[in-house]
Write a protein that binds this ligand. Structure first.
Ligand code: ATP
Ligand code: MG
Length: 576
């Protein structure tokens, strides 16, 4: 399955049917509407891929809309980060908008509702509103302020807007039905008083619209045809539709004069809200609130810590954007909530990197190996392919001398059945360099092995008659005389249980942090990796995929992060 054959889903079917019937003259307009109160995470990527993907595939466009109607929690830092993440994921918006661009429209719509007898100013406080609301089994009661005259409502609403009343003193409520079986329809608040500075509009507005009211109007203003949101908004759809029915933006252009005056394009439409299931991953948490707490309490090294499920974290970890797109494409879109295994995401990362990452050799747990039967000043350059399956990657020279580093794990002093690498007296192939035999094991005073002395079978060298001779194991190595030292950060999953959100046993996600999720070691690398550009990804043969750290890597002090191991170690561990 490739990206050009995006599988269909029920939302795509709706779009196809709408285009066939000529609804909205065949136009498809979507939006991705993040609240700028944190960094985007992998779950958001599902919504981004869906909204931008549908626009792309059906000849439409997608807007980036900052849903900034809650001034207390929002910050410009997040706006910038969200823009960067969406672009990194591979998408470009037609227009960037802010819900706050429409504050005047929301206000005028409120006035229209009042004039039409569809909204009233209510003086009940939060506790009283709750009391009047009723329950799932009992109808609510009408607010004592519900029958205020239009004139009184207009006066009070205008004074709310002028900043005359304290936070929480009054709300503007839609007048719908306190006996509705759907609690969202029981005269919901549509404006509240909040004297807080807003990141976009400053102190211009002491009143702010509520989410349901602002979202449907924003969609209509932008001419959105298909407003895609997650399942928890299903019960809000009647309110979404009610507001649009009452306000009818396309028929009331005077409501939107401020938009045209601001030079923003304006083609209002009647959008349709369609809900789909959130994307969930195991072994992680994906609520901005919890991710924020991890950052603030320094349980991770910031929003872009390579273990974080944020997009900026995934990027620093070395997950290619293409792998994240592939992952959500495979996961599909449905109305069924489910949790996808983290291993499936890692599988997509491996699949993409297998095709794109050049190969190098690196030793992360070094043991010195000396070849006895080469002249001590022997130096040569071997010729290696950069990719075993793709010649386009070209070839490179790999330095070779009698002093090498190999992985400590590739040697065992005491023979064990089934171990096919190096043991005293046995043979192994040095990748691309010939077959060696371990002749002598050198230890320090404490009994630690510090060096292996080996002989190399000259006839087994590349190009020689015995080059094809079979031995059971092949190990990687680097030339100790030319290798560069690097810091290597070995990352693993941030949580060590599948469902860190499960607090039924009294533990919280904080109790399930994987203490082994970050290990820093010093490694020896092929010399040309010093010149790797930041964010370039490599396969270190037999070890995994690694990325030159976006922020810390320099040629003088190379730093690589492990993106993912070559094989899935977790499924194996879980099965044991
Ligand atoms: P969080 O609960 O993490 O704070 P949110 O839904 O409040 O997420 P928003 O900024 O409002 O965050 O989300 C922007 C868009 O991304 C919304 O349309 C939302 O439905 C969608 N979205 C958020 N999380 C997911 C997810 N896990 N899967 C799919 N879509 C998501
Ligand atoms: Mg939200």
């Amino acid at each position: 399955m490739t990206e050009t054959t995006t599988p269909t889903n029920f939302i795509r079917q709706i779009v196809i049917a709408d285009q066939a019937s000529g609804k909205h003259a065949g136009i498809v307009q979507t939006r991705f509407p993040p609240e700028p109160n944190g960094y985007l995470h992998l779950g958001h990527a599902k919504s981004i891929c869906l909204n931008f993907g549908i626009a792309r595939d059906f000849g439409g466009t997608c807007n980036l809309r900052f849903d900034d109607t809650n001034p207390a929690r929002e910050d410009i830092e997040y706006v910038e980060a969200i823009r960067e993440d969406v672009r990194w994921l591979g998408f470009e918006w037609a227009e960037q908008r802010h819900a706050s661009d429409y504050f005047e429209v929301f206000y005028r719509c409120g006035i229209k509702l009042i004039k039409d007898g569809k909204a009233f100013v209510c003086d009940l406080d939060a506790d009283e509103v709750r009391e009047y609301r009723g329950t799932l089994t009992e109808p609510g009661r009408n607010s004592p302020f519900r029958e205020r005259s239009v004139a009184e409502n207009l006066d009070l609403f205008q004074r709310m807007r002028a900043g005359e009343f304290a936070d929480g003193a009054r709300t503007l409520r839609a007048k719908i039905d306190m006996a509705s079986g759907n609690i969202n329809m029981r005269d919901p608040a549509i404006f509240r008083i909040r004297k807080t500075s807003h990141q976009n509009t400053g102190d211009a507005w002491p009143i702010y619209p509520m989410y349901d009211y602002a979202h449907c109007i924003s969609d209509a203003v932008e001419g959105i045809t298909h407003s895609l949101c997650t399942l928890e908004f299903e019960d809000h759809r009647p309110l979404y539709d009610w507001c649009l029915d009452q306000i009818d933006l396309p028929a009331n252009p005077q409501l939107a004069e401020s938009i045209i005056a601001a030079g923003l394009s304006y083609t209002p439409r009647r959008p349709q809200q369609i809900e789909f299931a959130r994307g969930n991953l195991d072994y992680t948490v994906m609520s901005k609130r919890k991710l924020m707490a991890l950052v603030q309490d320094r349980l991770v090294d910031g929003w872009d810590d390579p273990r974080m499920p944020t997009l900026t974290g995934a990027r620093r970890r070395g997950f290619p954007a293409a792998a994240i797109r592939l992952f959500w494409e495979r996961a599909g879109i449905s109305k069924q909530n489910s949790v996808i295994e983290y291993g499936v995401l890692e599988g997509c990362v491996r699949e993409v990197l297998d095709g794109t990452a050049p190969r190098r050799m690196a030793v992360i747990n070094p043991l010195k190996l000396t070849l006895l039967n080469l002249p001590t000043d022997h130096a040569e350059t071997l010729n290696f392919p950069n990719h075993p399956k793709n010649d386009v990657f070209g070839r490179r020279g790999v330095r070779f001398s009698p002093e090498l580093w190999i992985e400590r794990d590739d040697f065992l002093e005491e023979p064990v059945k089934g171990f096919h690498r190096l043991m005293p007296g046995t043979e192994v192939r040095l990748r691309g360099a010939g077959i060696i035999r371990c002749e002598e094991v050198i230890k320090d005073a404490a009994g630690q092995i510090i060096e292996l002395r080996c002989s190399i079978d000259a006839d087994s060298r590349p190009g020689c008659a015995g080059a094809e001779r079979k031995v059971k194991g092949t190990i990687h190595w680097v030339d100790a005389r030319t290798a560069i030292a690097a810091e290597v950060r070995l990352y693993d999953r941030l949580f060590n249980v599948a469902d860190p959100d499960d607090d039924s046993d009294g533990k919280t996600y904080r109790d399930h942090l994987n203490q082994e999720s970050r290990r820093v070691i010093h490694a020896w690398l092929e010399a040309d990796l010093a010149e790797a550009s930041a964010e370039s990804t490599w396969q270190f043969e037999r070890l995994g995929y690694f990325v030159a750290d976006r922020h810390d890597h320099t040629s003088a002090q190379p730093v690589f992060n492990r993106v993912v191991t070559l094989r899935d170690n977790w499924t194996k561990a879980a099965g044991q």
